[in-house]
Design a protein around this ligand. Structure first.
Ligand code: PLP
Length: 358
């Protein structure tokens, strides 16, 4: 089965098999990883290795902390404002889709959010324009954006020209999908359940000068300083998820790292968008300059065929293709663990379905 779910998503099959083998007897210890103390030597080694591998994969500079936290992506919709701003501060936001909009709503509980860029239309298609540098208030606490919108399939490569205002990126659905320059960001955070591992875990990469400014009301488990000084072990961390994330990082290194997987991701995305653009039977609402290589929503010209498309795709082992309820139609999420073969199977099915129904 090829699982095109937007998340929790497919993990690399090799990782699942390794986890299965180790589940009841980790490295001959007679215990499951889930059963060993997070402060014991064995788990501390797993945790340190996972962090080291993530640092290597993303070339994380030494002046950044890497945190493994509870609460998924949304935890940081709240943790970021609590750590980086006072209630009177302005936070700047780009809204390119549902998730970045959600981040504004959460920030409004903690500071004064201001939207400085929104999704627009170009040639009748969804498009995200870069804000002008003079729209960026240099007194703002941070500028938040989501470079890959999971629901809408909108992505952009440019970084806002924010001067001294720290950039905060929600990379839940694109982390580790292509190389980025971490030093350009103040905070990068991601829920794990797309390119990293099981849901519930989140990874935060935060520049050290942004740590230590949490508001008094910040729960300790979301205080970046508390997490940094305790090695993300202020309380019992999600140990099994952290371990699995470590296996995914090792798998990614074995595939040639982020640079190699990025080439594969480009090839997968090109294959799928070509299939969508080839005829009028399928459509994308996203402008070619802003198309995600991770989440590919598409519509059938005749929505009456949606249910049949989904049922017949599932019969072929192509599952979880139903679009998000906000957008409708289809969505194929093609994260790192999705093979080119999986995308090719989908594209063949799409061509076949069009021949039969078009
Ligand atoms: N941000 C983005 C871009 C997402 O895709 C998601 C979930 O899909 C979230 C945030 C929320 O993540 P979580 O459900 O782990 O809180």
């Amino acid at each position: 089965v090829f699982n095109f779910s937007a998340g929790p998503a497919m993990l690399p099959p090799a990782v699942l098999h390794q986890a299965q083998q180790e589940l009841v007897n980790w490295q001959g210890s007679g215990s499951s990883v889930m059963e060993v103390s997070h402060r014991g030597e064995e788990f501390m080694a797993i945790a340190a290795q996972a962090e080291a591998d993530l640092r290597q994969l993303m070339h994380v500079p030494d002046n950044y902390h890497v945190l493994f936290t509870h609460g998924g992506g949304r935890a940081h919709f709240a943790a970021v404002p609590m750590n980086l701003s006072t209630p009177d501060d302005t936070s700047l936001h780009l809204v390119s889709g549902s998730w970045s909009k959600g981040a504004v709503a959460e920030a409004s509980k903690f500071n004064q959010p201001k939207v400085i860029g929104e999704l627009t239309q170009k040639e009748g298609l969804d498009f995200m324009q870069q804000p002008a540098a003079d729209e960026i208030d240099q007194n703002a606490a941070y500028l938040h954006f989501c470079p890959n919108e999971t629901v809408d399939g909108v992505a952009f490569d440019w970084l806002p020209d924010s001067g001294k205002v720290p950039l905060v990126a929600d990379m839940s659905s694109c982390i580790l999908s292509k190389p980025i320059d971490v030093s350009r960001y103040g905070v990068i955070y991601a829920g794990a359940q797309k390119n990293i591992g099981p849901s519930g875990l989140s990874v935060v990469i935060v520049r050290d000068d942004l740590v230590g400014h949490a508001q008094k009301y910040t729960p300790s488990i979301f205080d970046y300083k508390e997490l940094a000084t305790t090695g993300s072990m202020y309380n019992t961390p999600p140990t099994f998820s952290w371990y699995l994330a470590g296996l995914v990082f090792k798998w990614l290194l074995s595939q040639g790292g982020v640079e190699a997987i990025a080439k594969l991701n480009q090839a997968k995305a090109a294959c799928l968008y070509n299939a969508i653009d080839r005829s009028d039977f399928y459509r994308s609402r996203v402008h070619p300059e802003c198309r995600s290589i991770m989440n590919v929503p598409f519509q059938l010209a005749d929505p009456a065929l949606d249910a049949l498309f989904l049922a017949q795709a599932a019969d072929k082992g192509l599952v979880a293709l139903k679009g998000h309820r906000f957008v409708g139609g289809m969505r194929a999420s093609i994260y790192n663990a999705m093979s080119l073969e999986g995308v090719q199977s989908l594209v063949e099915f799409m061509a076949d379905f069009e021949r039969r129904q078009g």
